[in-house]
Design a protein. Structure first.
Length: 116
């Protein structure tokens, strides 16, 4: 069994910042790629950012220059620093990790709302 637990979502005004965190726990041999996705009701889940265990990060064009992804392998955590938030960033944000031996794993989601 493995769990991914997100935290840090909430309500923020346009132009504001939030920091999301996600921690993996359970029976874990190793963790490969980690990342963040988001979903708006009625739309497909979309990639926000990914970070491999070693190597370069990847961002959706819509968040480049505003969001930063980072990970702490020792603590089995991944973070998403979100700056200059816009109303269109409003979504449920999901943590993702490829966890050995379980495979692709998802968190339960955390709501981010950008509104004045």
């Amino acid at each position: 069994q493995v769990q991914l637990v997100e935290s840090g979502g909430g309500l923020v005004q346009p132009g504001g910042s939030l920091r999301l965190s996600c921690e993996a726990s359970g029976s874990i041999l190793s963790i490969g790629d980690m990342g963040w996705y988001r979903q708006v009701i009625g739309k497909q889940r979309e990639l926000v950012a990914t970070i491999p265990r070693g190597g370069s990060t990847n961002y959706a064009d819509s968040v480049k220059g505003r969001f930063t992804i980072a990970r702490d392998n020792a603590r089995k955590r991944v973070y998403l620093e979100m700056n200059s938030l816009k109303p269109e960033d409003t979504a449920v944000y999901y943590c993702y990790a490829y966890i050995v031996p379980h495979g692709a794993s998802w968190g339960q989601g955390t709501q981010v709302t950008v509104s004045s």
